[in-house]
Write a protein that binds this ligand. Structure first.
Ligand code: SGN
Ligand code: CA
Length: 543
């Protein structure tokens, strides 16, 4: 089932491109832009940030030939809200998309639209996850909701099509096809967004088992007992030990169970997180049904390969019957194997895209951004998922490559945020940044070897709303400075947490209420209030 729409749309561009291919190449006046975003990819799983888990040579290349941001933070660590902020350059209390269940109001101005009006050809390919359809693009092909790993469906300029293959490969094929057939007279914006490495971490068939013999290092606080923190960290539901499902997450449902269940019709169809019934989130009875939604998209041959690849894991689970801390540690290893396999396919595909740009001579006149919608917990505090204002998911990866304007191999400690991406890209394209965008262009930082200009922000502001919901992370807002982080959890709780990141980088000891930190706390509260006024987030506990 393939749409003719893409072929027609691209065919029209191809005609134009052929007409132009004999013309001498003019130097591009305005840079092309490729905005690459993955879903839930934390800096710890990129070797340009951290070499302990995986090698990502192609992402490392972007860092080696561009700039790496060490302190880029998200305004709200969950998918839809982060994406809405990136597109609008505004916090979620302004753009309305405070949580994943909301639908993005597409009458709002988003930066791709402004680039389009300024003469850019615009394309959006991959995960979108904003409920409403993209506006402001010449071409889009998006995954419905969260999308599927195998044989994924796409909504393509209004039509639903099913593609053959692994989602990360298919999205890249589409991105390259767009580049091949675009109107070469115009600069372009290509938004290229992966589903991977989002839960439930399904590897490409070719990568099944690649990490089976690797034992990954454990984070020092994998066995966190939450002794020195508040209720919010104790009462969430994102513990590897208790909130990961056997079939869906860990792939340890035995083959005979799988066969038996497969023969029964599914009891109900899950909706995705738009309008999701989050109360099912930890209902393990639904585990197999959810698993089959993904598994049943495999071809019979792929199923065989898949079953064979996971048979060893199932057997080990049944043999060891791990319990308590052993179970947590065992699950952590399986989680890493699957998550990192998904990351590997992302890295391979980014490599494929870079090769294409190199071959067509477009690599150096294209701004290439690599980021993820937020970070992710890889076992720190015993967690998976995100949402908390803790470092692992609060920090976003950010690499930017553009040799004409960015020194290769540079790094920046400047505080950057996802709210800055829209102003930055508009700035590079020479398009006026609307006064109501709340971020700042990072171009001065990128152009000046990573140094922030005078008057740059010294603190970042965060606000998370999605509660009660998946993983039950309580609502909170907070401030982070170079050394401290102050968080207020509200709604059905009223608790503060204060971390001294210099003394306690893993955020294990809440110092709120410690008299030694009283002056710091007062100062942070004042700064927090000032940021709330600056960003117009007044009465934050009433949203
Ligand atoms: C799904 C996942 C959650 C995840 C949300 C939001 N459950 O609901 O674990 O937090 O998406 O993720 S799953 O069982 O369906 O995988 S987000 O990246 O879209 O915000
Ligand atoms: Ca995400």
């Amino acid at each position: 089932m393939r749409s003719t729409l893409l072929r027609n749309a691209l065919g029209a561009c191809a005609g134009l491109a052929m007409l132009c291919s004999c013309q001498p190449k003019k130097p591009a006046k305005r840079p092309n832009i490729i905005f690459i975003m993955t879903d839930d990819h934390t800096t710890r799983a990129m070797s340009c940030y951290d070499t302990s888990l995986i090698r990502t040579p192609n992402l490392d290349r972007l860092a080696r030939e561009g700039m790496l941001f060490r302190n880029c933070f998200v305004t709200n660590a969950v998918c839809g809200p982060s994406r809405a902020t990136i597109l609008t350059g505004k916090y979620n209390h302004i753009n309305g998309l405070t949580d994943n269940a909301k639908i993005f109001d597409s009458s709002q101005v988003i930066y791709p639209q402004l680039l389009h009006q300024a003469g850019y050809q615009t394309a959006m390919i991959g995960k979108w996850h904003l409920g409403s359809l993209p506006v402001g693009f010449d071409y889009y092909s998006i995954l419905p909701n969260q999308g599927e790993y195998y044989q994924p469906d796409f909504i393509e300029n209004g039509d639903t099509v099913r593609e053959q293959g692994y989602v990360t490969d298919v999205i890249t094929d589409k991105a390259i096809r767009f580049l091949e057939h675009r109107d070469k007279e115009k600069p372009y914006l290509l938004i290229y967004q992966h589903k991977a490495p989002h839960r439930n971490w399904m590897p490409a068939i070719r990568d099944l088992g690649i990490f089976d013999s690797v034992t990954f290092p454990e984070p020092p606080n994998l066995l966190d007992d939450f002794r020195d923190r508040g209720r919010a960290s104790r009462e969430q539901l994102m513990n590897i030990s208790t909130d990961m499902w056997d079939a869906w997450d860990l792939k340890v449902a035995a083959a005979d169970t799988l066969r038996a269940v497969e023969q029964r019709p599914a009891r109900r169809t899950f909706k995705d997180s738009k309008g999701d019934d989050y109360k099912q989130a930890n209902n393990k009875a639904e585990d197999l049904h959810r698993f089959f939604q993904v598994y049943n998209r495999l071809t019979p041959v792929e199923k065989e390969q898949w079953n064979k690849a996971y048979a060893g894991r199932v057997a080990e689970y049944n043999r060891l019957k791990p319990r308590g801390a052993d179970l947590l540690r065992w699950k952590y290893q399986q989680y890493m194997r699957d998550y990192l396999s998904c990351v590997k396919a992302v890295d391979d595909n980014v490599g494929r895209l870079l090769k294409h740009l190199e071959a067509t001579g477009e690599l150096d006149n294209t701004i290439i951004v690599y980021t993820s919608d937020q970070g992710f917990f890889l076992g720190e505090h015993g967690f998976f998922d995100k949402r908390m204002m803790y470092e692992e998911c609060y920090r976003m990866p950010l690499l930017v490559r553009y040799p004409p304007g960015i020194r290769p191999g540079s790094a920046s400690d400047a505080f950057a945020m996802n709210v800055d991406f829209a102003p930055t890209l508009l700035d590079y394209a020479g398009v006026r940044v609307p006064a109501d965008m709340q971020g700042r262009s990072l171009k001065p930082v990128l152009a000046n070897n990573g140094q922030a200009p005078a008057g740059w922000r010294t603190a970042t502001y965060y606000h998370y709303y999605e509660y009660p919901s998946w993983h039950m992370v309580k609502r909170h807002y907070g401030i982070r400075t170079a050394r401290y982080k102050l968080i207020h959890f509200y709604n059905d709780i009223d608790e503060w947490e204060l971390y001294d990141l210099q003394q306690d980088p893993h955020e294990m000891k809440n110092q709120y209420g410690n008299p030694a930190y009283a002056p710091v706390t007062d100062s942070l509260k004042q700064q927090l209030l000032a940021l709330q006024q600056q960003y117009k987030d007044t009465n934050p506990s009433e949203k």
